[in-house]
Design a protein around this ligand. Structure first.
Ligand SMILES: Cc1cc2nc3c(=O)[nH]c(=O)nc-3n(C[C@H](O)[C@H](O)[C@H](O)COP(=O)(O)OP(=O)(O)OC[C@H]3O[C@@H](n4cnc5c(N)ncnc54)[C@H](O)[C@@H]3O)c2cc1C
Length: 206
């Protein structure tokens, strides 16, 4: 597969940049770059050789593992909020931690966190061994970045009105908004499924 990196000289092909407000990640900015009738000088095309292509795969691989780790961090924070709250909050004469439906949600959150952690560690370990692991990277990224949505959603449910508030001192709704980005960036969940399918079945649907 050919990989071409290119430089767009703004004096030859001006591009437009505008802020793209999104629902999460408010600590940073997300930008939309628009190229129109873009012209690139031949001298500004850089064809990656075999080593460059491999390097590109390594960077993409680590990026997917990084997003898995990011999801794990968000899940940990959401579970921390939820478990603290259920011990403190009393309803119907006992801490809500003692209600079976709350325990059901907390148990599911815990399993989602632990499975994500194990899959992400496995992919990172394989990367460290220098072996091909696109299947494991995609599996970890897909799983962690999908279940984090459920975990943060359940954390909001557990915290009730406090889970929904944007008031200072509460972060659960922010965790949910931040989590939503993970299944889109660095290869969407659909693309991760296609990578997994290609490795398992030997046919590319891409
Ligand atoms: C906060 C944020 C930061 C980002 N940062 C960067 C960055 O730094 N650098 C960068 O290059 N990009 C960045 N991106 C872009 C990101 O990689 C893309 O948003 C992502 O790849 C999806 O592309 P798209 O938004 O054009 O969606 P589209 O390509 O329009 O896809 C729309 C939907 O169609 C699905 N789809 C597409 N093709 C298929 C298929 N073959 N089979 C099944 N479903 C399919 C997708 O999964 C998705 O659900 C960022 C995005 C966000 C939200």
């Amino acid at each position: 597969m050919a990989v071409v990196h290119l430089l767009v000289d703004k004096s030859i092909s001006p591009w437009k940049v505008r802020d793209l407000p999104i629902i999460g990640l408010k600590a940073g900015t997300t930008g939309h770059i628009e190229f129109e009738r873009c012209r690139v000088a031949r001298a500004h095309l850089f064809h990656a050789d075999e080593a460059g292509y491999t390097q590109n795969l390594v960077v993409r691989g680590w990026a997917r593992i990084l997003l898995g780790a990011w999801a794990i961090g968000i899940m940990r924070a959401a579970i921390e909020d939820a478990t603290r709250y259920v011990r403190e909050r009393h309803a119907f004469g006992k801490p809500i931690a003692a209600h079976p439906m709350i325990q059901d949600m907390v148990a599911r959150m815990h399993v989602d966190l632990e499975t994500s952690r194990l899959l992400t560690y496995k992919a990172a370990w394989l990367m460290d061994q220098g072996v091909r692991c696109d299947l494991e990277q995609a599996t970890a990224k897909l799983h962690a970045c999908e279940v984090v949505k459920r975990v943060t959603n359940d954390a909001i449910q557990i915290l009730g009105g406090r889970g929904l508030t944007t008031e200072e001192g509460y972060r659960t709704e922010r965790l949910h908004r931040d989590a939503r980005f993970l299944a889109v960036a660095e290869g969407t969940s659909q693309i991760m499924r296609l990578i997994i399918g290609r490795r398992l079945l030997g046919f590319s649907a891409l």
